[in-house]
Design a binder for this molecule. Structure first.
Ligand code: PMP
Length: 383
């Protein structure tokens, strides 16, 4: 049969992050700094709550939007960053990943323009392609903050339906300052545009968290995506959430219902216990990531690499432009010669060429070994 596959699916690729992670298996003993997966264990309160949920037979379908107690707890939790969504404006999803795809499905028609940053987490582009959107990209400055002039110009000229922003950022580690938040607000306030704000790393910000979702008067335009994978180190449990005004959420929940009916009940009870009893875990991991951030940044600087100090999440994106290799060539050689896997910047869009992403949510021991090897590799390249 011709045309077995959907053209839209054929038009996307598995993420470049996974590609490099998968290659590690071909090099026994290789160290991988590829994935965004905290090396901490799930807090004991969350584990206990999930075990209890099984013992108490809380293993049935939940409401499509998720259990009310968790939605209420999220609503209260977001207030710490001055973000106001009621429990009726929150839907629990299967990770932030499902939240993103539900949002794109609920909002985008074939041919609608979607404006995404380059560099960016690869899911935005793939979700946009899957729903048949036309993709536009906006630039980031050298410090990885939004180039506001680029956004302003594209919005005026192209009238995109949807803008994606994400801070703290994967892959850059940049956060949004109060000034940038206010400038972005002044750009979008009077425009006919929707904004997806992916804030999955907000609990791992080394600075105050500022976001476009903090403005109540543009709430009908903003869709907040977040989740618990990173903050409670529960990547495999698959619990995220999406917040939006009731009229938008109603459509999102329709998609979510036909995707998955509801997020796993056991994980929902775990996340609830996390918010009620284990927020201390976020402070512990944040402090630890800050120590690792300083270590990795210091080592990269000492190697003579151009690199921005990350302000959140657990990624760092040094420039490798001076070596005259593509980011993919650099990462392939590093893996082949030194058995260290990192992700080429090109996996994060056209703006990522010339960079490499190092994920520093790995043990200090592995970070040290990997950075020693990277240092040797760079010395050999320059000799
Ligand atoms: N957004 C960003 C920016 C991410 O880095 C990730 C995970 N790497 C996600 C969303 C999705 O995470 P999950 O589905 O585990 O909640």
């Amino acid at each position: 049969m011709d045309n077995i596959f959907s053209k839209k699916v054929e038009g996307i690729e598995i993420s470049g992050i996974r590609k490099f992670f998968n290659k590690v298996a071909e090099y026994p003993g290789a160290i991988s700094l590829t994935l965004g997966e905290p090396d901490f264990k799930i807090p004991k309160e969350v584990k206990e709550a999930m075990k209890n949920a099984i013992d108490e037979d809380k293993t049935t379908y939940t409401p499509n939007a998720g259990i009310l107690e968790l939605r209420t707890a999220i609503s209260q939790y977001l207030l710490k960053d001055s973000i106001r969504y009621s429990e009726n404006e929150i839907c629990i999803t299967v990770g932030g990943s499902e939240a993103l795809l539900c949002a794109f499905n609920a909002l985008i028609n074939e041919g609608d323009k979607v404006l995404i940053p380059t560099v960016a987490y690869p899911a935005y582009e793939s979700c946009a392609k899957l729903v048949g959107a036309e993709i536009l990209t906006y630039k980031l400055k050298e410090d990885f903050s939004i180039d506001m002039d680029s956004i302003r110009e594209i919005i005026k000229k192209e009238h995109p339906k949807l803008l994606v922003v994400s801070f703290p950022s994967n892959p850059t580690g940049a956060v949004m300052t109060k000034l940038q938040r206010d400038e972005l607000y002044s750009i979008v306030r009077d425009e006919d545009i929707l904004i997806i704000s992916d804030e999955i790393y907000s609990a791992i910000s080394f600075e105050n968290h500022y976001s476009i979702s903090q403005y109540d008067d543009i709430k009908d335009k903003v869709i907040l995506v977040s989740g618990f994978s990173k903050m409670f180190s529960m990547t495999g449990i698959r619990i995220g959430y999406i917040c939006a005004s009731e009229s938008i959420l109603k459509e999102v929940v329709k998609v979510h219902q036909y995707n998955v009916s509801c997020a796993p009940s056991i994980g929902q009870y775990g996340a609830l216990a996390g918010l009620k009893e284990a927020l201390y875990h976020c402070e512990i991991i944040k402090n630890e990531f800050k120590i690792r951030r300083d270590y990795v940044y210091g080592r990269l600087k000492a190697m003579g690499l151009e690199v921005e100090l990350p302000k959140g999440a657990f990624y760092i994106l040094p420039s490798i432009r001076k070596f005259n290799l593509t980011s993919e060539e650099f990462c392939n050689k590093l893996l082949q010669n030194k058995k260290v896997a990192i992700v080429p910047g090109s996996a994060f869009g056209i703006g990522g060429e010339g960079y490499i992403r190092i994920s520093y949510c790995y043990s200090t021991e592995n970070l040290k070994k990997a950075l020693d090897s990277l240092e040797e590799f760079i010395k050999e390249l320059t000799n």
